[in-house]
Design a protein around this ligand. Structure first.
Ligand code: NAD
Ligand code: DAU
Length: 355
């Protein structure tokens, strides 16, 4: 079996759902169920004996040791993290705690377990660390996309904490020989995306008749990848990646934020237009920028294509249509995640951004 951490979050839940749709290999899913972790994302696996959910922290050494000893996984996939840049600006400590200290504790527990494995299992074992393109910092408009050898230049507490975790993972390979793999992926979108992030926030706010808050001039560029393509890349790296290597994962889909917002509005206009027949673009509001806002991310995903034969299945056009349709079809999920703590965050983040 495999052990997935953070498998109740956006990407982790998509990964676990996809994994068990394609394989009978069981998954232990360790998740702390922070505000971002949602058991509803795993509703399709209720009573499925192949899915063992464990509520707990990647920083809990005793729990990790027990799980590893009891279940003897052949691989660990580390998705667990604090993941939202704006939250890391308001309250960075949780990011250091989970992304740095948590990853360190996980690596330590895994090192002890891996060291004690019989030779064949030890050889076959993999620790796959799921990371982000944000560790590379920001690109100017004409600079080439991030390759795996781009220098680390994280700019937010979130990206700095992910960079630290990447360095620890690398060091555990270099120093102890642990069989690690790291993926650095661009911006994901798709089902189960928590509506604090750009695309789901725009869909949810548009339908609720609320402002669509665009930070700064809206010309920041992100490179978008449909989440299921990220999941297939991770499966491929786990299967065939070279131990100790880093793989950049991206969708070859660079777009300015304002274009993303217009695309979402146009799709909603077509699928569920406003009662007054005006476009949802009427709700776009420019607000105060994110401090230290990275201008552009772009991933050069040629290594993973060349060496492992992976490339995305979705274009942005097909992926965003599926995503908007998913949100329209899953209004209960949307209503349930907009709990009291969600409302408190939205108030805190946007109240101080004057339009
Ligand atoms: P998310 O915030 O939606 O989910 C994170 C999950 O981790 C949640 O289920 C949460 O409960 C869990 N978690 C948090 N702290 C934990 C702890 N201490 N112990 C156990 N579980 C804990 O995040 P996501 O968007 O699904 O991102 C998953 C991973 O992918 C992260 O490592 C993130 O850095 C990385 N990543 C995300 C993107 C993106 O666009 N969302 C892109 C590239 C990489
Ligand atoms: O690049 C990968 C990263 O993508 C992941 O590592 C992070 O976990 C993930 O959250 C994401 O980070 P971003 O900061 O790029 O994503 P976010 O959805 O928060 O913002 C996308 C862009 O949209 C960014 O330029 C900020 C802008 N934005 C965001 C929000 C929430 C707005 O203009 N308005 C908003 O209300």
């Amino acid at each position: 079996m495999i052990l997935v951490t953070g498998g109740a979050g956006f990407i982790g839940a998509n990964f676990v759902n996809d994994w068990l749709a394609q394989s009978d290999e069981p998954v232990i899913n360790l998740d702390l169920l922070t505000y971002a972790g949602n058991p509803e994302n795993l509703a399709a696996l209720t009573n499925d004996p192949r899915h063992i959910f464990v509520h707990g922290d990647i920083g809990d050494t005793a729990l990790l040791t027990r799980l590893l000893t009891e279940h003897q996984p052949r691989a660990i996939l580390n998705f667990a993290a604090e993941s939202h840049v704006d939250r890391s600006i308001h309250a960075p400590e949780d990011f250091v705690q989970t992304n740095v200290v948590g990853t360190f504790r996980l690596l330590e527990a895994v090192r002890t377990y891996w060291t004690g494995l019989p030779a064949e299992a030890k050889q076959a074992f993999r620790f796959l660390h799921v990371s982000t393109d944000e560790v590379y910092g920001s690109l100017a408009k004409t600079e080439p996309a991030f390759t795996e050898t781009h220098r680390y230049e994280p700019n937010s507490p979130y990206s700095a904490s992910k960079a630290a975790s990447d360095h620890l993972v690398r060091a555990y390979h270099h120093t102890y020989g642990m069989p690690v793999l790291t993926t650095n992926c661009s911006n994901n979108y798709g089902p189960y995306h928590f509506p604090e992030k750009l695309i789901p926030l725009m869909i949810v706010n548009a339908l609720a008749g609320k402002a669509l808050p665009v930070y700064g001039d809206g010309q920041q560029i992100r490179d978008w990848l449909y989440v299921k393509d990220h999941c297939s890349a991770i499966r491929r790296v786990l299967e065939a990646g070279q131990v100790g290597e880093v793989y950049n994962v991206g969708g070859w889909n660079e777009k300015p934020n304002i274009e993303i917002v217009h695309t979402v509005c146009a799709l909603l206009d077509g699928l569920r237009g406003r009662a007054d027949s005006k476009s949802y673009t009427e709700q776009i509001t420019y607000v105060t920028d994110r401090p230290g806002h990275d201008r552009r991310y772009a991933i050069d995903a040629s290594k993973i294509e060349r060496e492992l034969g992976w490339k995305p299945a979705e274009t942005f056009d097909t992926g965003i249509r599926k995503t908007v349709a998913w949100y329209l079809d899953n209004q209960d999920w949307v209503a349930n995640v907009q709990s009291g703590s969600y409302r408190a965050w939205v108030e805190k983040n946007y109240a101080e951004r004057a339009a």
